[in-house]
Design a protein around this ligand. Structure first.
Ligand code: ATP
Length: 203
């Protein structure tokens, strides 16, 4: 089985995330994508996110009924900060015969060499770099300092295109707090969840 591990804050999940997962699934010929909502990622420790359980519930409602998509609570149940390398070690030990892939948008792909234990991350999983509006296309050469040329050759086949949608969770949170519409940026069920609980509204 080929598993794509897809980490993010998902605060909240939106169609950009879902299209990225679908594009990774099809483009990298994966069998499953596991969404891993982060606890507190190292680069977002200054930001305040909704509790992990609420973000996981929104994700679960967004992907309900899609067999290939799963949600893991591994990171939200751990003490912060969340390091991707620990998540990959966890899945490596649980999914013994699986091939692991790491789904990342273009912005994150460029940042990968700076991640904690980047070389180990790239040994544990093949990064699947997905295009994102506003960023240059993911380019494997940015990883040349942290992995072997042999691995780089493999990674070349895992740059994936997706229908570009300029959505972000930040924009959705801003729209909610200023009373603007978030319709068609996230599944209807997530939109209802947000409105019924008054999430992201100004206090
Ligand atoms: P925030 O606005 O709160 O920073 P975000 O919308 O960027 O959040 P994250 O949860 O931080 O979403 O991102 C998780 C992953 O999804 C990252 O790899 C990011 O590159 C990717 N991603 C998020 N939005 C898009 C999008 N619209 N198109 C492509 N990739 C995306």
């Amino acid at each position: 089985m080929r598993y794509g591990i897809y980490g993010g804050s998902f605060d909240p999940v939106h169609y950009g995330h879902l299209l990225l997962a679908e594009s990774g699934l099809c483009g990298a010929k994966l069998d499953r994508v596991i969404f891993v909502p982060t606890g507190v990622p190292p680069h977002k420790q200054h930001q305040k996110h909704l509790p992990g359980e609420i973000r996981a519930e929104m994700l679960e409602s967004a992907i309900a009924g899609i067999e290939e998509f799963l949600v893991s609570r591994f990171e939200i149940e751990r003490d912060p900060p969340s390091y991707t390398v620990e998540t990959l070690r966890h899945f490596r030990s649980k999914l013994l015969d699986a091939e692991l892939f790491l789904l990342v948008g273009a912005d994150m792909y460029y940042d990968l060499p700076n991640w904690y234990c980047a070389s180990e991350i790239l040994q544990l999983a093949v990064p699947v770099g997905v295009h994102r509006p506003g960023y240059p296309p993911p380019h494997v050469e940015v990883l040349s300092g942290v992995t072997s040329s042999e691995r780089l050759r493999i990674f070349r086949d895992y740059i994936v295109e997706m229908p570009l949608v300029d959505f972000s969770a930040t924009k959705i949170r801003q729209n909610c707090s200023s009373g603007k519409s978030i319709r068609f940026q996230t599944p209807h069920v997530v939109e209802n969840f947000i409105h019924s609980r008054h999430l992201y509204e100004e206090p």
